[in-house]
Design a protein around this ligand. Structure first.
Ligand SMILES: [Zn+2]
Length: 424
């Protein structure tokens, strides 16, 4: 993409003036981006894959666990496991610096090839830069990339560093293995609360957040890191909770677990509690307060379901009341008519079938029985009132129990008692 706006033209110009990597920076990248290996052969001869030097190994187990130091180049090495004689790796290295008024993050692709008996070979070249303005907008300068769904690192090293769309995923997804420790920051970052600690967030994300969103800036300054991290990519979400966050800030209340706290605030809201009241918003024990609300809501939900079920009771009693009290037993199994809609609910939830969900209590032509042994529900039976036949008889998850045949027999033996009530 050609630089079009004056801003883009300025940045492309400045980009060309940025320093090349120094030897010290390259050395740092190669040393810290990659694992450094020693190869061990069957005769316990170790070969440094950095400089190619070989020497006789000591205690095999100790070397494997603790690593070794090459007597020639002084590199700390891990013992390579397996027989592989060539090791290749690609990582990203980043430099955080400033240029004029801009905060700049530079990304370099580093590659290493280690071969037994040869000195290590390293390459590194710059692939992308983020230019962040003090107002929290950014411009991306990057090389072109070969498009492949499998390889994410196919940067075309000969392509130009040009202005690219900010949202390009291959730039956004770069996750450097290491960052050069000497870093420079624009004064606006320091002014907005940044003191050099990224708190596990990506520098680009954190910088953009605290420069572009005053609420994120406030969170960082107040040390509300969990909340900052939780809302870093969705400032809209932060707006939802801001009234309550302000109460926390005023009361010096640390939100330690932002996702749980937001969940808790949501429940307070649904309970019509005052989410600007420190008594609710700043619980001494968040987990306890959160779990208590969850339990209360579960109970209320259940109560609501029971109330709903009860509202159908009168209708059900009108239709099937004349069968109430029907109970048959053979000594082991007890079969009885369900006498309330709450019983349908309990039957359905215990046996995990749809007798309640599909409103069998509303069906005119069917009568529902529950078969139990010592009070434990075994199967549910539907009898057709027009045909005086068993329509279905089902246990847990619509399967059958050990007592299925016995239940069917007991039901068949007593079906005449239903007919007797029909005509009553
Ligand atoms: Zn060496």
């Amino acid at each position: 993409m050609k630089a079009k706006t004056p801003l883009q033209q300025e940045i492309i110009g400045l980009s060309r003036q940025l320093c090349r990597l120094t030897e010290a920076q390259k050395r740092y990248a190669f040393e810290h981006c990659f694992e450094h290996l020693a190869h061990r052969n069957a005769k316990n001869v170790l070969t440094c894959l950095e400089c190619g030097h070989s020497w006789k190994g000591g205690n095999g187990l100790a070397d494997t666990l603790l690593g070794v130091t090459c007597p020639q180049c002084g590199m700390k090495l891990e013992i390579a496991v397996g027989r592989k004689r060539i090791h290749k790796d690609i990582e990203y290295f980043s430099i955080i610096t400033t240029c004029n008024q801009y905060q700049v993050i530079r990304f370099f692709r580093a590659a290493c090839t280690l071969k037994v008996g040869l000195p290590a070979s390293y390459t590194i070249f710059e692939v992308a830069q983020r230019w962040i303005s003090p107002d929290g907008t950014s411009t991306t300068v990057a090389r072109n990339r070969a498009y492949s769904s499998i390889y994410y690192d196919l940067w075309l090293s000969q392509s130009k560093m040009e202005i690219r769309p900010n949202q390009e995923h291959h730039v956004y997804d770069i996750c450097p293995a290491c960052t050069y420790p000497k870093q420079r920051f624009i004064k606006e970052l320091k002014r907005n609360g940044f003191e050099g600690n990224y708190h596990g967030m990506r520098p680009y994300d954190l910088f953009m957040a605290i420069l572009g969103n005053s609420r994120h800036e406030t969170l960082l300054k107040a040390g509300q890191i969990s909340m900052l991290r939780y809302t870093l990519h969705s400032p809209k979400r932060l707006d939802n909770y801001w009234d309550s966050v302000k109460i926390c800030l005023r009361n010096d209340y640390a939100i330690v677990d932002a996702s749980m706290w937001c969940d808790y605030i949501d429940m307070l809201r649904q309970e019509h509690k005052d989410i600007r009241n420190a008594h609710y918003v700043c619980p001494a024990n968040l987990k306890e307060a959160h779990d208590k609300l969850v339990e209360k809501r579960n109970k209320e939900n259940l109560q609501k379901k029971v109330m709903d079920a009860k509202s159908h009771d009168e209708e059900y009693r009108k239709k099937k009341g004349k069968f109430f009290g029907l109970v048959f037993t053979d000594g082991t199994i007890k079969i009885r008519v369900l006498e309330s809609v709450v019983e349908f609910m309990e039957e359905g939830s215990e046996l995990h079938h749809c007798v309640y969900a599909n409103k069998y209590y509303e069906k005119d032509n069917s009568l529902i029985f529950s078969a139990t042994i010592e009070g434990i529900r075994m199967e549910t039976i539907e009898v057709s009132l027009s045909k005086m036949q068993i329509v279905q008889c089902r246990g847990k998850h619509n399967g059958i129990s050990h007592y299925h045949d016995q239940i069917l027999q007991l039901m068949k033996d007593n079906i005449c008692k239903i007919s007797a009530r029909m005509s009553a």
